[in-house]
Write a protein that binds this ligand. Sequence first.
Ligand code: TEU
Ligand code: CA
Length: 559
Amino acid sequence: MNKAWWKESVVYQIYPRSFADSNGDGIGDLNGITSKLDYLQKLGVDVIWLSPVYRSPNADNGYDISDYEAIMKEFGTMEDYDRMLKAAHEHGIRVVMDLVVNHTSDEHKWFIESIESRSSRTNPKRDYYIWRDPVDGHEPNNWGSNFSGSAWKLDEKTGQYYLHLFAEKQPDLNWSNPAVRREVFDMMTRWCEKGIDGFRMDVISLISKPEGLPDAAVMGGGLYGDPNICANGPHVHEYLQEMRKTVLSRFDLMTVGECAGVTLEEAKKYANAAGTELNMVFQFEHVGLDGGDGIKWSTKKMPLVPLKENLSKWQNGLDGVAWNSLYFCNHDQPRIVSRLGNDSDQYRERSAKAIATVLHMMQGTPYVYQGEELGMTNYPWKSVDEFNDLESINGYYELTEKAGMKPEELFPMIAHKSRDNARTPMQWDDSDNAGFTTGKPWLAVNPNYRKINAKEQVARPDSVFNYYRQLISLRHSSELIVYGHYELLLPDDPDLFVYRRYLDDKELLCAANLSEHARTFDIPERFRSGRVLIQNMPEHDVRDGQIAPYEAYVLLKSE
Ligand code: TEU
Ligand code: CA
């Protein structure tokens, strides 16, 4: 058992734009984060991961970076950043930065140099990006962008196309160019020298493009080839090993790769226990289980049996050979209580706690996304004009106008899965705009904030917030929870999620009913006399064999 601080940590993700606004312009900022560190300390998290705070024109809310070494104007200054970092450390909280280096903004100076004039074709910066001549007057291949349309954009002046796997304003960097890798590694080093504690690496699985850029299998919608053909490309592990040698190995960091298209076998390389690449990856299989027919949009509920099967595959597959990240929510995912749980008044809190229980009792490093600790829900979207996210907006128009989907069928699916569900402002209290801002929030506040907010929950002992606190502190006090092995029980049960964890002679049982049906569950004898570590219905005797809708508990085997 290889111990490490980042295995024993719980991470809290902050989407700065939506977290806390300190100056009334309606946009969250760094001083806002600093002002909420007491709250995070109370919750008990060890690490915060900040979605990008770098200079950006915000085509994709900071995931399009125009200067890696300056702060986004709306978020404050480098002095604000330094103060936040110092204050976080004083609160015992480490800071992980988002590293977005599959692409830059088209407003980054490298890209600007590469398109400035016709002679740009010979500028050394040209080869920082991926340029190709037209083929028969068309795009070089059939790839689509993750945000709709072709993945290629013609630059009229120089007569060539550049590749963008995401928005047009996010040109892909050419990682096969050693100068690009050097620039990135030098930039990372300067951030590390500043004292940051790690990186979350945006779509790092996509940085090495397949040889010859061949056409890809066509995606749902039928218009373009799937850009995920770039996942786990031929040189990605080599580049990450080079990054490890050049930068990561010189500092005490936590690293997590966001790995679209990663398989279990690939994850064993990215997150290998020998530590030659990253500490862990975000895999996407489990959050894809409620997708539509070839597209991500759907109104489906997350199916429990496949979910258990998938998470268990990752639990067992990486045990001892790599390390898991544990997440349901982030800034790209709809709210889990609306997706897997039940966000009605009757069950919202209970189901949010049950979902948290099954995730936080697994082996790996858990991630909590802002508001998840309150059981925040999806937003009641009424029209496409309310969205900010370009994936939702472009997807809606492309699929209705070009792929022939009916608006009245598509809209509810996008409303259910939109990334904007995660991005509505954090609900701090029941004052106007949920206490997020004194101005006009950049994205609508969920109207349920008068009921669902941090102030109320911090004060109420049986709140979702205080349940997360308890889960986090359990993890801090138990090697069994952090490092223990995992075994799924009742794999085919459509309602119950039950598993055991074991390490040496210690063992625990985690059980949750993720359905609206009251059920019975016969607790194995050795747990019946054991201690209840946590339960979301403390008024129940869990040993009576009854398990209510969305009830969850954890039992430790008696000594
Ligand atoms: O996301 C990449 C990714 O693969 C998806 O989550 C994608 O955003 C989409 O939701 C698929 O349906 C990362 C960031 O997390 C995301 O916010 C950025 O927009 C994207 O990369 C580009 O930088
Ligand atoms: Ca602000």
